[in-house]
Design a protein. Structure first.
Length: 67
């Protein structure tokens, strides 16, 4: 099993890369900051970081489709 911190970082990196690739967010640093903030909030609130990542992608997916 992967350490939870490493898994969270991996998911954050994948989400940030996806956001830049699709054009939802122009700069990777901004995308990474955005997903990391969402994941940190979810973790501190006791929420699933997997569901948080999926929700984050869903929010940004509509942005990339409308741009």
């Amino acid at each position: 099993m992967m350490d939870l911190d490493k898994l969270s970082k991996l998911i954050g990196d994948m989400c940030a890369d996806w956001a830049v690739f699709t054009g939802a967010i122009k700069e990777r640093e901004h995308a990474h900051t955005s997903i990391e903030s969402a994941l940190n909030f979810a973790t501190s609130a006791g929420q699933s970081f997997t569901q948080t990542a999926l929700n984050w992608i869903a929010r940004h997916q509509t942005v990339s489709v409308t741009q």
